[in-house]
Design a protein around this ligand. Structure first.
Ligand code: SF4
Ligand code: SF4
Length: 410
């Protein structure tokens, strides 16, 4: 079986019908309100598949459900008994977009880098991913800038390219080959003309983006502490703490875990999505909240997505899907944020960096100490000098001397 094939569009429903007869099929469906959402499709003929729009909500809920029971427990005499609820349904997720698929690859790293999350990994290993490359980037998409689309080189089981009356099908991981080999009578061999046409479509898609954003500059300004402090105040005033940006973001994965009693002797441990812009996200037992101000929460969101992810995973955790652009009524989204940061390097924060550099040059602090203080500062919002004093790295006198040098005061 070759790695590239043609599926005439008239055979798509038949192919999906076969899949739905054997496995759970999830696909983008336009509902009665005109919204496109990923849904479980039990009968392909009863729904209106929508392969033209980006679904409103990413498919992450099928891997990390909004709410899930991790296990049930019951109290018997002096003992507790536990019953785990591990998911094990075989599924095919059809009609993914490259940005969302890339986000799943990102989750693959997050959910097994230290602790292996069996709930996520079970769902993931039981799901075959069929991507549809974006031949026409949508208005707010910027996956090209995020290097997560519009077509992928790997990660998919099958990748489709829409070529009008047919799909150009690329086989990636073994799950895709299994489907194609099983129902090979739906597929035809590709010709060189098909290959050339598909190549043209990919090139045209790459040049069709209205939104280009400069991740590298934004990340570097963040890491070098050059974001103007006033920006957080401004964004904090505009953010209403609704959590919408995290709920629609394919790469946001924060969750909360709680035990919920069901009866006097039974209960369940439940995991639910959480979001760093929500007021209670960092509230501790006893009521203290280190990020009770909205400016700190919004700062944390962007710090996590750009600087933290870059340092930890070597790329920002934004795949350029554009959903936060459409959901936020305060216009606090990744495109606006990156543009603002790139256009207005903050004087106050540049000063922080210079102060850090002066202390570094004078041998009063090490690079590691400065880096650690800058990371804490992202949370606390304190001036860098105050942060270093609090960390016990330098004294007030050291800061005064460095400030004197910075301001040109002998
Ligand atoms: S940034 Fe916008 S979408 Fe996100 S929590 Fe604030 S108001 Fe809601
Ligand atoms: S930050 Fe916004 S554009 Fe980036 S992946 Fe999340 S929702 Fe999409």
């Amino acid at each position: 079986m070759p790695d590239e094939l043609i599926l005439n569009k008239e055979h798509l429903t038949g192919f999906l019908r076969k899949i739905a007869n054997e496995r759970e099929l999830i696909a983008p469906v336009k509902n009665q309100y005109g919204d496109t959402l990923f849904e479980i499709v039990s009968c392909v003929d009863d729904v209106s598949l929508d392969l033209e729009s980006r679904p409103v909500v990413p498919p992450k809920n099928f891997f990390l459900p909004r709410t899930e029971i991790l296990f049930n427990y019951r109290h018997e005499g002096k003992e507790y008994r536990f019953e785990e609820a591990l998911p094990d349904i075989s599924r095919v997720l059809f009609g993914l977009r490259s940005c969302d698929l890339w986000a799943i690859l990102f989750f693959d790293v997050v959910f097994q880098e230290n602790f292996k999350d069996r709930y996520y990994l079970n769902r993931r290993s039981n799901t075959i991913l069929i991507n549809i490359g974006c031949h026409k980037p949508m208005q707010n998409c910027f996956c090209k800038s995020a290097q997560s689309g519009p077509f992928l080189a790997y990660g998919y089981d099958l990748q489709f390219t829409d070529m009008g009356d047919r799909f150009f099908v690329e086989i990636g991981r073994p799950g895709g080959r299994e489907l194609v080999e099983k129902w090979d009578y739906f597929f035809e061999p590709v010709t060189q003309k098909d290959r050339n046409e598909q190549y043209e479509i990919v090139l045209e898609a790459e040049s069709g983006f209205e939104r280009i954003v400069d991740f590298d500059t934004a990340v570097s300004r963040f890491i070098n502490d050059e974001v103007d402090e006033a920006l957080w105040e401004e964004l904090g005033n505009r953010c209403q703490g609704c959590g919408g940006c995290a709920y629609v973001c394919p790469t946001c994965y924060c969750f909360d875990i709680a035990d919920r009693p069901v009866s006097d002797s039974k209960g369940e441990r439940v995991r639910t999505h959480d979001a760093c812009t929500l007021a209670g996200f960092t509230r501790l037992a006893g009521g203290y909240n280190p990020r009770h101000e909205r400016r700190r929460r919004i700062r944390r969101r962007f710090y996590h997505k750009l600087a933290f992810a870059k340092e930890r995973y070597h790329r920002p955790s934004c795949v350029g899907c554009g959903r936060c652009v459409e959901i936020c009524f305060g216009r606090i989204d990744m495109i606006h944020f990156i543009r603002t940061v790139c256009e207005q390097p903050g004087k106050a924060m540049k000063a922080s960096l210079r102060l850090g550099e002066i202390l570094l040059d004078a041998g009063l602090i090490s690079k590691e100490e400065l880096k650690a203080a800058l990371e804490k500062q992202a949370d606390t919002g304190k001036p860098i000098g105050a942060q270093l004093i609090e960390d016990g790295v330098i004294t007030k006198e050291d800061v005064a001397r460095a400030l004197g040098i910075q301001l040109g005061i002998p």
